[in-house]
Design a protein around this ligand. Sequence first.
Ligand code: FCB
Length: 463
Amino acid sequence: MRLIATTQGPISIMTIRPSFLWGASTSAFQIEGAAHLDGRADSIWDVYLRAPGRVSHNDTAETACDHYHRYAEDVALMRDLGLNAYRFSIAWPRLLPQGRGAANEAGLAFYDRLIDALLAAEIEPWLCLYHWDLPQALEALGGWQNRDIVGWFADYAALVARRYGDRVKRFATFNEPCVFTLFGYGLGWHAPGIADGAALHKAIHHVNLSHGRAVDVLRRDVAGASIGAIHNRQPCYPASDSAEDAAAALRLAAYWNDAFPFPQAFACYPPELQDAVAPYIAPGDMAQIARPVDWFGLNHYSPHYIKAGSNLMGASFGAPPAAVPRSAIGWPVVPEAFRDTLLDIHSRFRLPIYVLENGTAANDTVDASGCIQDDGRIGYLKAYTTAMEQAIAAGADVRGYFVWSLLDNFEWGAGYSQRFGIVYVDRATQRRIPKASARWYSNMIAAHRVSDDPAGRHNRAEE
Ligand code: FCB
């Protein structure tokens, strides 16, 4: 490890590939706003949030960060920070208000503008097809519980591929399928608010099938496509020494970590899920799911501490031991778990890894001089990027790191109460102010660019 001096103090220079990507991630529902403008129809989240008490302060994402109108400013911010890549998602109900059938040209045109602005700023677009905002019209037909959704999703993927595939090459099928199926259909904590075992297991299988079909569509319709899925993977530690908690941790890990990567990579469900999913598996399904992909997308924040519980998995989320440090919002800060997760993914899946979300929320405030001194976030990002460096040094093939998130945004059930951005968003005025962490991140990227590429060129081709 070399150290390089910057105005922000020493930064480690990692033993990483010259083409390593430093980016930021967002999602459509969390930042776009314009929820009912230019033909966009309700997603399941718009509907879910209308019931009082489901989200902190009854916040809505009607305006969110108004990125729909401010995308040019946001792209300029990313360019100024020196980001190489930007991961965003497409709002399915903006392109296909009924989820299928007639496409909405105004919605399609928005992503044309965004993609063109990114390319003009030399920022590589990473397009995610699904970040949780299912068209409500499809939920009314059963949503992910209805096997027909596999065809609806394939048609949506084809629309996206044909419209943007001339300019976008990086495609993710799904963001965190374990979270939206488990929370949305199994536990009722997220949209559409269903808590039912059969609903969960149907949704798991149909999402896996939709992933495989979308991979085929993207390969067919986009020359040179680079395709993956984005999985949330965290170690599940037992919350105590009891045998019950140890067994619960294994059950939860099967749902959280393996329910999607296993069938997608190995054409089989983890043994803990096999019997529950079996009634929904038709001949040929497993081969359709396990289509070859180009990379493994990882979202990682902190490990889970699991205790035995009475829900359908017999497992619930417990507290970490008192000695484990926590972030401002109480999430455990355990960078070693990130390092170990990267090494585990490397040894199991043998794919290039892109970290497509990592970051932390804090109670950021603007100080008297107009600055946001988010030292806690800088500490987290330093510790986690150092852990990533250790994983790379130990052999993990990590090719990119995207911070969550570019902007303070709508954090699902927590509404606007948790600020995850490296750029502060003033809720009243929508003014963007880069936090100290944005400057830290920008300096680190610049330091790598100097060290990797003495001529100062950007070098972002995949070798
Ligand atoms: C992930 C989600 C993302 C955001 C972060 C904090 O699980 O993919 O949308 O909510 O957590």
